[in-house]
Write a protein that binds this ligand. Structure first.
Ligand SMILES: C[S@@+](CC[C@H](N)C(=O)[O-])C[C@H]1O[C@@H](n2cnc3c(N)ncnc32)[C@H](O)[C@@H]1O
Ligand code: SF4
Length: 472
């Protein structure tokens, strides 16, 4: 256990830097008044900062109460001690490309952006350049978005064939679920209510995203029925730019469901491997082999789907660089139009997190391996002609890396960009759907119930509140 102490006012910020290097469960934070000797003690008095780092004491100026001064000093000490190289430096924020976009808007050129972010955040040049590339793409594509008179629609299917080890999304095992029929009925009702709101207010719909959970987790007939409702409410006779179906889990995708997706004009679908190693797929609880991913992908291609996305996760338990290389080779052969690369995040509501608390051991890749996994995946994407177009980071990501979407030119998913950048209203339908209302740059949120019991039993109350929220 590493004992850490700081002025109480700095506690939160010190904690964030230390957790980049040590797992949260290994850190004990002492109160400022505690007389116990700490391994790391950060103390600020006036314009001076003193750090006692495992017995080595250093003092330095602390001008303008600039937290980054403290963050950098502590980061450098930790990096030396742990010999871990964290490519984003002290940048913990969710959207690195937003910082870059703001600098570009202030007139900085590429070299100036690199220099500023290297100095301020100790970030690596290649990560800054990645954020720069994304920022340029965002500036170009987001300019085209009508943020005033149109909304985007998200529909969430909160069922999955089984729950993956790492996942904290609204996902309930479909088979034998007692709420399933009632839920599907109410979700369709919700779509009709939202359709009336949209038509009543003469709003346009640009992008529709059907995700989850797993949209295809339900039976072929139920899927057809839900797709028909989505189409009736949000697609038919409207000038839609994108209709994405995140089919996702190949053990739930059938030819009949792909036919429904075609019938209702899905423009982009996801077929997600996460990993193409059968041992990993078993460990994370995805009950299918890598062969199934290839089979379903080829079936979708044969049926004419020409915009297929694949999600990958880097840093999965038990995976080493050679495993990711295997996944990369398989994805390369399939040649999708876009890939979304996620760094494993330890989510509180996941089984993985619970297992960690129970000290169940998983071999997670080293930082060095993670960095190489990212490098190799980036190379594969570019070899396929896919360029980075959106990016975000999360808390508790293994190796503190990033999630990046890569796509062929013209195949970028606008919904994803709009959602991350929060530039226009997104109305979300279904359990755990979070509606974001964006008005004059201000963002307000309304969250549907996440639990199926609440969603089904308190639907009326939820919808009354939701409609008053939307009308405000
Ligand atoms: C809504 S989820 C899943 C879509 C679909 N149900 C599937 O599993 O293929 C969207 C994506 O988030 C990623 N994801 C989910 N949980 C994650 C975690 N804890 N760490 C990193 N990526 C995660 C996965 O790549 C997943 O495909
Ligand atoms: S990763 Fe996808 S399939 Fe797995 S539990 Fe989460 S939402 Fe469901």
């Amino acid at each position: 256990m590493i004992k850490v102490k700081s002025n109480n006012s700095l506690r939160y910020h010190v904690y964030h830097i230390v957790t980049l290097f040590y797992p949260a469960g290994k850190i004990e934070f002492l109160d400022e008044a505690d007389v116990t000797k700490a391994d790391i003690h950060v103390e600020v008095r006036g314009n001076e900062m003193t750090i006692d780092f495992f017995g080595e004491i250093s003092s330095s100026p602390y001008p303008d109460r600039d937290l980054n001064v403290m963050r950098r000093a502590l980061f450098i000490l930790l990096e030396k001690k742990t010999e871990k190289h964290l490519p984003w430096g002290i940048l913990i924020g969710i959207r690195p490309s937003k910082i870059v976009r703001e600098l570009i808007e202030k007139g900085r050129n590429r070299d100036e952006v690199v220099q500023e972010l290297q100095e301020e955040y100790l970030a690596d040049k290649d990560k800054i350049l990645l954020a720069y590339e994304v920022a340029l793409k965002e500036s170009m594509l987001l300019k085209t978005v009508d943020t005033e008179n149109s909304v985007d629609i998200y529909i969430g299917m909160p069922f999955c064939p089984s729950r993956c080890l790492y996942c904290s999304f609204a996902s309930n095992v479909y088979r034998g679920n007692q709420y399933k029929d009632r839920y599907l009925e109410l979700m369709k009702q919700e779509m009709h209510i939202i359709r009336s709101h949209i038509d009543g207010n003469r709003l346009k719909i640009n992008n529709v995203y059907f995700g989850g959970g797993t949209p295809t987790a339900v039976s072929d007939e139920e899927f057809e029925d839900v797709m028909a409702t989505i189409s009736d409410c949000f697609i038919k006779d409207r000038d839609i730019l994108e209709f994405t179906v995140e089919a996702g889990r190949v053990d739930s995708i059938t030819e009949t469901k792909l036919e429904s997706m075609k019938r209702y004009n899905a423009t982009r679908i996801s077929i997600n491997p996460q990993s193409m190693n059968d041992d990993t797929l078993r460990l994370i609880g995805r009950n299918h082999s890598h062969d199934k991913v290839i089979e379903i992908f080829n079936l979708a291609r044969d049926m004419g789907f020409d915009n297929i996305n694949m999600d990958m996760i880097l840093g999965l338990p038990s995976e080493h660089l050679s495993d990711v290389e295997n996944t990369i080779d398989a994805v390369r052969k399939l040649s999708p139009e876009s890939i979304t690369v996620h760094g494993l995040a330890l989510k509180r509501a996941s089984r993985l997190y619970e297992d960690f608390l129970m000290e169940k051991k998983y071999a997670l890749p080293s930082q060095e391996e993670m960095n190489l996994m990212y490098e190799k995946t980036d190379r594969m994407a570019r070899d396929l002609g896919l360029m980075p177009y959106y990016m975000y980071r999360q808390k508790n990501m293994v190796g503190n890396l990033e999630n990046v979407g890569y796509a062929k030119e013209g195949m970028e998913n606008l919904y994803n960009m709009v959602m991350i950048e929060e530039i226009k209203t997104i109305i979300a339908v279904g359990a755990d759907g979070v509606t974001k209302k964006v008005k004059n740059g201000k963002i307000e949120r309304f969250a549907n119930f996440k639990g199926l019991n609440d969603y089904t039993e308190r639907f009326q109350e939820m919808m009354e509140n939701k409609m008053s929220f939307l009308k405000e």
